[in-house]
Design a protein around this ligand. Structure first.
Ligand code: AMP
Length: 284
């Protein structure tokens, strides 16, 4: 097991990547906020299957947290994360400080549109601009051939595809499927905030997504299937932010012509906010 090369500066990372590129190696990046779980590690394995050199970044990005959110409390465990990445044979880990990413005098922002509207943006209006800024900076720091993001954060994946296309960033963006616990709950660094009782109840979230897709398969109207799903979640103790069916590519509202769709949910159990999603195609 070789320890990955660790870089804390953009200059150091660039020099390493440039040497690999000159040697003709294909480079993949997996951006994360750390507290790594099997979901993150599946992205790493996907990256390893598609590239010769894999860089994982670990950076809890302050610009995507609102002042009332959990930036300070967000779980951080670099030693444990690096051990997990070493066990997978990851080549390089980028671990910048906040000062490296946003030095004194930093004054630039990115405003995203399109798929960033609605859904997450209703409760977290600051979120996708912060994600766009940090992902752009990470991609430009490493300049990989491709970067892998999880479908777990489906709206985020759509937003990233949109701004990478709009800004002509010459990097391929790939999505990877959601990794779930045995009871169906999507893995998330924030699941550890759940009390034992809430953790058991949390499995209702993916169960309701599956039930809603089954109802749609059986010919229930979209409005009725969503109403029933929202009610099931509220009855199960969730405060529902949204349960919506959207076009899979643009996240625009669906109509009878929309073929590929995504069912997306955000709901709170106590103080913990969970998100999840699943795909659905209209039977032909
Ligand atoms: P995060 O550290 O939460 O910012 O996530 C880093 C990357 O891992 C993002 O692309 C997420 O979508 C992805 N990810 C998080 N949880 C999962 C999961 N359960 N399955 C697959 N990918 C995930």
């Amino acid at each position: 097991m070789t320890r990955p090369r660790i870089f804390e500066t953009i200059t150091g990372l660039r020099a390493d990547v440039e040497a690999a590129r000159r040697a003709g190696r294909r480079i993949a990046m997996v951006p994360t906020m750390g507290a790594l779980h099997e979901g993150h590690l599946s992205l790493v394995r996907t990256a390893q299957a598609r590239a010769d050199l894999v860089i994982v970044s670990i950076f809890v990005n302050p610009t995507q947290f609102a002042p009332n959110e959990d930036f300070d409390a967000y779980p951080r465990d670099n030693d444990c994360d690096i051990a997990k990445l070493a066990a997978l044979g990851v080549d390089a880990v980028f671990l910048p400080t906040v000062g490296e990413m946003y030095p004194k005098g930093f004054a630039t922002g990115i405003t995203v549109g399109g798929p960033s509207q609605d859904l997450e943006s209703v409760t977290r209006p600051h979120f996708f601009n912060g994600v766009a800024l940090v992902v752009t900076k990470l991609l430009l720091a490493a300049l990989p051939d491709l970067a892998i993001f999880g479908e777990k954060d489906y709206q985020q994946l759509c937003v990233i595809r949109q701004f990478v296309r709009d800004l002509n960033i010459p990097i391929e963006i790939d999505g990877a499927p959601t990794v779930r616990e045995a009871d169906g709950l999507a893995m998330s660094s924030r699941n550890r905030y759940l009390s034992a009782r809430d953790r058991e109840q949390a499995a209702l979230l993916p169960a309701v997504l599956r039930e809603t897709l089954q109802a749609l398969d059986a010919g229930t109207t979209v409005a009725d299937a969503l109403d029933r799903g929202r009610r099931r979640l509220s009855d199960g103790g969730f405060a529902v932010d949204y349960l919506e069916l959207r076009a899979a590519d643009t996240l625009a509202p669906v109509d009878n012509a929309t073929r590929d769709m995504r069912l997306l949910v955000a709901a709170r159990l106590g103080a913990t906010r969970l998100i999840d999603n699943m795909g659905w195609s209209r039977p032909s």
